[in-house]
Design a binder for this molecule. Structure first.
Ligand code: MN
Length: 128
């Protein structure tokens, strides 16, 4: 089973994302702040990291930049989950080391397909 790390401080969002991903066969581990997320990311192999941008202690930009400094996470897709207000920060999200972003509120119909696609792309890239 593939594991996804969700770094998200909003309990409702975390619950929804976890519910959808588990329903589609992923294992989920989660952190409520950026620092805890960075620590947790180093504890086991991850298929993908879902990253909220507005987080306590360290924001998502800082978290992504720090995660990218670890060799073990250099090929792990990092996908930001951003509110509409932060949509203009696309370049900043990508520059921080994220592979892309999904806008909140998420669309449960397309969310898992997008996640699957990020994972598919990263496994193709690392085996090439
Ligand atoms: Mn947040």
């Amino acid at each position: 089973m593939q594991t996804i790390l969700i770094i998200e401080d909003n309990e409702q969002n975390l619950y929804l994302l976890t519910f959808i991903l588990e329903k589609h066969g992923y294992a989920v581990i989660s952190a409520r702040d950026g620092l805890q997320g960075v620590q947790l990311a180093q504890t086991q192999p991850l298929a993908l990291i879902l990253l909220d941008i507005q987080l306590p202690l360290m924001d998502g930009y800082a978290v992504a930049a720090l995660l990218r400094t670890y060799n073990s996470l250099s090929h792990t897709p990092i996908v930001a989950v951003t509110s509409y207000a932060m949509f203009g920060d696309r370049e900043r999200i990508l520059a921080a080391g994220c592979d892309g972003y999904i806008e909140k509120p998420i669309n449960p119909q397309t969310f898992v397909e997008e996640i699957n696609e990020y994972i598919r792309r990263s496994s193709t890239a690392s085996s090439a």
